[in-house]
Design a protein around this ligand. Structure first.
Ligand code: NAP
Length: 261
């Protein structure tokens, strides 16, 4: 989709990746409906070049606030939805609080599905439209210490692919993005330390946003920035036993960081 024709609802616009996306989409002349929880940070998101900007704070786990955002998106006459808001939770599954797991599943899986479901009738009536789901490498390379997160992102990947195939004869493109680690506040100090020790690359949010914006301009499909992560994700699909063995060797490191205060 051409940026100067795009009218985009971007969730998580106050976050590290969201701010970079907002800035680059705005620079291309898009109209933006920006959403996040933190009102002050939302007001500070840079949008130079945007053809129109609306900022609407919303807690997406609150049904009334989610419904208000859906209503605002229709009024805004959106033609693209970017499901970017999300939360993480690093830790051993048995030791995680069930309430935290539920919060994560709601934010990372249920909310993108709900927003898409509520806005799809509107999007289907547009001459050209898009749904963009921001997943993670862990959605195709499930990782110890991230069981609930990997589950949510694998679900989001499955949803994106099924929906893309279901909408193949419509004007709605579906793009699924699976970044590797990004240097944003999303990752706790323990995750940053873990990535450092495992040698996991961490990309700048602006670089990831550039890849996403390019993929958005091309249309739907899959965007997996990051090599060799893309190769390992593929390998996990064809020979998961190899990945099981490789990650078993790293388990003591992961457990040590998961236990860090
Ligand atoms: N950072 C990484 O290493 C990484 C790697 C791969 C994929 N991703 C994915 O990239 C996306 C963006 O992550 P990020 O790194 O930019 O994270 P971030 O800096 O922590 O930002 C997360 C965003 O989500 C919003 N959010 C969270 N829960 C919400 C809720 N209940 N209602 C409304 N908004 C909510 C936050 O709003 P407030 O700030 O206003 O509270 C914030 O705007 C996420 O889907 C994440 O899973 C991240």
């Amino acid at each position: 989709m051409q940026l100067n024709k795009a009218r985009i609802l971007l969730t998580g616009a106050t976050g590290g990746l969201g701010r970079a996306l907002a800035e680059q989409l705005a620079a291309g002349g898009a109209a933006l409906l920006l959403s996040g929880r933190d009102t002050e940070r939302l007001a500070r998101v840079t949008t130079t070049g945007a053809s129109e900007v609306v900022r609407l704070p919303a807690r997406l786990d609150d049904p009334a606030e989610l419904a208000a955002l859906v209503e605002a998106a229709r009024k805004f006459r959106l033609n693209a939805l970017i499901n970017n808001a999300g939360i993480g939770a690093f830790g051993l599954f048995a030791e995680q609080d069930w309430a935290a797991i539920e919060r994560l599943l709601r934010a990372d899986l249920e909310t993108p599905l709900r927003l898409t479901h509520a806005l799809l009738p509107w999007l289907l009536a547009q001459p050209a439209a898009a749904v963009v789901n921001i997943g993670s490498t862990f959605g195709s390379l499930p990782f110890p210490g991230f069981a609930a997160y990997s589950t949510a992102k694998a679900g989001l990947r499955g949803f994106s692919q099924a929906l893309r195939r279901e909408l193949a004869d419509t004007s709605v493109a579906v793009l699924h993005v699976a970044p590797r680690a990004i240097a944003t506040p999303f990752n706790s100090a323990a995750v940053d330390q873990l990535n450092l020790e495992l040698g996991n690359h961490s990309d700048a949010p602006s670089a990831v946003a550039r890849r996403i914006v390019r993929a958005f301009q091309r249309g739907g499909g899959e965007c997996h920035p990051g090599f060799p992560e893309r190769l390992f994700a593929w390998l996990n699909g064809v020979a998961p036993g190899l990945i099981d063995r490789a990650l078993a060797g790293r388990l003591p490191i992961i457990k040590r960081h998961a236990a860090a205060p």
